[in-house]
Design a binder for this molecule. Structure first.
Ligand code: NAP
Ligand code: MG
Length: 497
């Protein structure tokens, strides 16, 4: 009798879902006619846009259409040196001498200009990088402005932040950022550096230079003294040249663990300060007493939105055995409702993969997962013929030894395992080279505290996932790097005491 009622309810739920999945949203593309993009972008050095010494340019494309957007200047060692000299000059002559409250005014101004140009910035972010407009409009751009607002507030309060320790700036900071949150990562790097009185040379990733160059325009418009922030574009060797430059005092790097390890070796024995924000393979842990529907939304938010291009993505799911069937059923149902496609459409949940190279990497991992014996489940949605897209994917029946459970894929791919006891899940969650983030879903407060103290992860979210705020520090353990960005902790890497 009871199973009959259950069957009836399941049928009803399936019908409801059919209704929702059959019901298509009308296209709702964000307008692009307010965007001003140049055919060619130069390097931003000493307050001006200048041609690269190499005379070379590379294309930036829209990964959703594979069409070229602009040509971007390719810096070389000479340009790096010119930018570092500009930053040093600005540090010596202006920025280090300016009263902190004056410095703060510029940082506030940059924050306000980002807000004013928020629509333009979010559309460009989406066109250049492939992420959904919802993500760039509601997360990347507002958070970038908030970082500048937040750190502007600290500029003249450093003595209060670190009482009796007399904090001093370091000099020139060399900053290298990845393609997954281009404008936001630039804000995470530039805002605390300026607030603490340092000057900057920043290199964005080659596939997503445009919003950094738009930020250069904003910086110019803000009247920030020339040379305080320099933005130079190019490929990996430009970053390497910054790392090796003798007149840089601090390197701040966000990117892959491999490059992070190389940087650590390259600056060993020098007096450069270093922070590394590297890869991750976060465990999202669902206990049987968790609010299941909420947790399923959290799982989806944790790995499928932003195409899984998030270093702290909840890419490993651990479900307590007693609720595993329910969670997996609901997750599969939810996957069917996710909209994959035009990143500029406001209904899109999963936009384009950032580059052909990244798409190939994800597809390679899908093959590895299947060959290793895991059960692959993909949404039945269609994906656009042009552009770089992938269906949201679950891997069931995975084990700790599977490569898809150990290695960072950086795509909308979730490896699912089940567990019985707290001890078992803590051991499995920690048994990984990374330690950036984790999620815990349970109704029990004491269990949350127990888990947060035992999980080796820099950030642990409880009953939520992927929540960011400029006031809270972010960073990892183990091969996820060291040093913190955000909050009061984020000031320290830019100061000496
Ligand atoms: P990546 O290949 O390491 O690139 C990151 C940046 O470093 C890019 O600007 C890249 O330039 C540059 N670069 C490449 N080789 C370099 C070298 N030898 N020296 C100095 N710079 C060099 O990483 P990605 O694939 O772009 O980004 C994804 C990775 O970033 C993932 O592993 C992800 O987990 C990590 N990530 C971590 C965080 C965090 O906060 N922990 C946040 C976001 C992303 P080009 O790309 O232009 O060649
Ligand atoms: Mg691009």
């Amino acid at each position: 009798m009871r199973s009959k009622t259950k069957q009836k309810m399941a049928k009803k739920e399936a019908k409801k879902l059919e209704y929702f999945t059959d019901w298509k949203y009308a296209p709702s593309p964000e307008a692009t006619d307010h965007i001003r993009l140049q055919k060619q972008y130069e390097l931003f050095i000493n307050g001006k846009f200048v041609k690269p010494n190499s005379g070379k340019y590379f294309d930036t494309i829209n990964p959703a259409t594979e069409e070229k957007i602009s040509s971007i200047a390719e810096a070389n060692d000479k340009d790096v040196d010119t930018a570092v000299k500009a930053a040093r000059g600005a540090y010596d002559k202006t920025w280090s001498k300016m009263p902190a409250k004056e410095r703060a005014k510029y940082i506030y101004r940059i924050a306000r200009l980002i807000q004013e140009r928020a629509r333009e910035l979010s559309v460009i972010e989406t066109m250049d990088g492939g992420k959904s407009i919802r993500e760039s409009r509601d997360i990347d751009v507002p958070l970038a402005a908030n970082h500048f607002f937040y750190y502007a507030g600290w500029a003249d309060k450093l003595e209060y932040a670190f009482p009796n320790r007399h904090p001093k700036s370091l000099g020139v900071a060399g900053q290298v950022i990845p393609w997954n949150f281009p404008l936001l990562m630039a804000a995470w790097k530039i805002a605390p550096a300026l607030a603490t009185g340092n000057t900057v040379v920043l290199k964005p990733a080659e596939t997503t230079s445009l919003t950094a160059l738009k930020l250069a325009e904003i910086i110019q418009e803000s009247g920030l003294p020339d040379g305080v922030v320099n933005i130079i574009t190019g490929h990996g060797p430009v970053g390497a040249s910054m790392v090796n430059h003798k007149d840089i005092n601090k390197i701040a790097f966000t990117g892959s663990t491999n490059v992070g390890k190389w940087i650590q070796k390259a600056i060993a024995g020098t007096d450069k300060k270093l922070t590394l924000e590297l890869g991750g393979k976060a465990a999202n842990i669902i206990f049987e007493d968790a609010p299941i529907n909420q947790a399923v939304e959290g799982i989806v938010n944790g790995i499928f939105f932003n195409q899984g291009h998030v270093c702290c993505a909840g890419s490993r799911l651990f479900v307590q055995e007693s609720v595993a069937d329910e969670v997996i059923r609901k997750l599969k149902d939810r996957l069917e409702t996710l909209i994959v496609g035009d990143p500029l459409d406001k209904n899109t949940d999963i936009g384009a993969i950032n580059s052909k190279m990244q798409l190939n990497k994800i597809n390679e991992y899908l093959k590895i997962g299947v060959n290793d014996g895991a059960e692959m489940y993909q949404s039945s949605c269609s994906i656009p013929k042009k552009g770089f897209f992938v269906r949201p994917t679950l891997f069931l029946n995975t084990s700790q030894s599977h490569r898809i459970s150990q290695e960072e894929i950086f795509g909308p791919v979730l490896a699912v395992q089940t567990f019985r006891t707290i001890e078992e899940v803590i051991e499995k969650a920690n048994n990984i080279p990374y330690g950036l983030s984790a999620g815990v879903w349970t109704d029990k407060g004491s269990r949350i505290f127990n888990m947060t103290s035992k999980l080796r992860a820099g950030v642990v979210w409880a009953n939520t996932y992927n929540k960011f705020d400029p006031t809270s520090p972010f960073g990892g353990y183990k091969e996820s790097g060291f040093g913190r960005e955000g909050g009061l902790h984020g000031l320290m890497p830019y100061l000496k005491f």
